[in-house]
Design a protein around this ligand. Structure first.
Ligand code: GLY
Ligand code: MN
Ligand code: MN
Length: 434
């Protein structure tokens, strides 16, 4: 059996399990539809419901539905408008067609008519709006089903891993083009265009707004306003940009120095720390412990580069790493760039507590084979976070001022947990292009 068809069996099994513990006989999953801007007739970019693309690699056919009853072949109601204004979405070729009974529809009401009386035993998963809210479905987005599916989605099938490897190769190609554009002295907007051109896709076909930050803009964690004019001087470049393949995400960050010197050395130090923490990845390890360990490593880097007048141990103990590395070590990744389930302890929805010391950490679970997550340490000069330490003599403010014009450093890879260690699908992707 192909990897895709094995994946489909796995997904059916996950939904069988979720249905067994529920009051419902079947599930109806909507692909969703693009929202229209207020008082306008233009739609926002469309993003397919992740629970729809979990079943099959159809990501650009809004108003489609999947209906699944345990033990039966899933049904796909594929929407194809009778419309001379727009092109009909192209369907990906492939084996998914073997797995579904396909019905073409040009009116969503056909779905509820096809379900007939079964609709009152069917749970719905998707965005709720008219006319779906008047169909008489048994439940709209029941939490118990969603928790169950989300908990188990953390473990990827081989087909999912293949898609994520390919997404990383695609993104790595874009990253290489963006790096070359930086060294050619281009503006943020031109670098952004070079990234998309190398991936042969448009902006709405990336999983999140690319962060293309020159110089001090690298300190703005989600910087996505691209300056159309090149700066007078290129000092540093931080790029956090991803790709989709069959609906699965890549999320990669690299930092580059224009010239040799202390910023380039800092990039090398963060890169080495990132690789060192990845070496600890294996089943049974706690992601939370890796996050805390990374704060220790960041403390050492901050001490080595002279950002403090106290030693690494003191930097760590006094919490001084937190303004420099305010985000989490990383997150699950898969159908969504910040994939779900990072705080779920079990499929009944029991969750880990949030830790007030590390409020932005997105992943608390223990590592298990088949999970995929990012590892993305960083060091930035974020004035808003440094304000509370104003006047603190432990900080070497002069040295910190030297880093400010460079913004910051982040390095981000995606890692698969294997039976006895890890696979770094991002480094492998770059290596495959060289
Ligand atoms: N690109 C968003 C993130 O790294 O989480
Ligand atoms: Mn990330
Ligand atoms: Mn990222």
């Amino acid at each position: 059996m192909s990897h895709y068809l094995q994946h489909l069996e796995h997904v059916k099994g996950r939904f069988d399990h979720a249905l067994q513990g529920s009051d419902f006989d079947a599930v109806l999953i909507a692909a969703g539809q693009p929202a229209v801007a207020f008082l306008d007739d233009n739609a926002y970019p469309y993003r397919v419901n992740p629970l729809f693309k979990y079943w099959l690699p159809i990501t650009a056919s809004p108003k489609s539905f999947i209906y699944y009853r345990s033990g039966e072949k899933p049904r796909l109601f594929l929407y194809q408008a009778r419309d001379f204004w727009h092109s009909t979405p192209k369907l990906p070729p492939g084996e998914w067609q073997e797995g579904f009974d396909v019905t073409l529809i040009d009116n969503v009401e056909t779905v509820v008519q096809a379900l007939g009386k079964q609709v009152s035993n069917t749970a719905f998963l998707g965005e709720v709006h008219a006319p779906i809210d008047s169909w008489g479905l048994a439940a709209l987005n029941p939490e118990s089903m969603i928790h169950s599916i989300h908990f188990h989605r953390a473990i990827k099938t081989e087909w999912e891993l293949q898609n994520m490897r390919k997404a990383n190769v695609l993104a790595a190609r874009g990253h290489n083009a963006a790096r070359d554009a930086f060294y050619a002295g281009k503006s943020e907007l031109e670098i952004h265009a070079a990234y998309l051109a190398a991936m042969k896709c448009r902006e709405t076909e990336t999983p999140y707004n690319s962060i293309i930050a020159l110089n001090q803009n690298g300190a703005i964690l989600h910087y996505d306003v691209y300056d159309a004019d090149a700066p007078a001087e290129h000092r540093s470049f931080l790029i956090d940009a991803g790709a989709y393949y069959n609906g699965y995400c890549a999320d990669i960050t690299r930092s580059y120095a224009a010239k040799d010197g202390f910023y380039g050395d800092l990039v090398a130090a963060v890169d080495a720390a990132e690789l060192a923490i990845i070496k600890k990845v294996k089943p049974g390890v706690s992601y939370y412990d890796l996050h805390v360990e990374m704060h220790r490593m960041i403390a050492q880097i901050l001490a080595d580069f002279g950002f403090f007048k106290v030693n690494a141990e003191t930097i760590f103990e006094r919490g001084y790493t937190r303004p420099f590395f305010p985000h989490g070590l990383g997150h699950y990744i898969g159908l969504q760039v910040h994939d779900v389930g990072g705080y779920l302890k079990s499929d009944d929805g029991t969750s880990y507590e949030r830790d007030a010391t590390h409020p932005f950490l997105r992943l608390r679970r223990e590592l298990e084979a088949g999970q995929v997550f990012t590892i993305e340490p960083g060091i930035y000069v974020i004035d808003q976070l440094l304000e509370e330490f104003d006047g603190n003599e432990d900080f070497n403010w002069q040295r910190i001022a030297e880093l400010r014009p460079y913004g910051g450093v982040r390095i981000e890879d995606s890692v698969v947990v294997t039976a006895d260690g890890y696979e770094n699908i991002t480094r492998d992707a770059f290596a495959s292009l060289s």
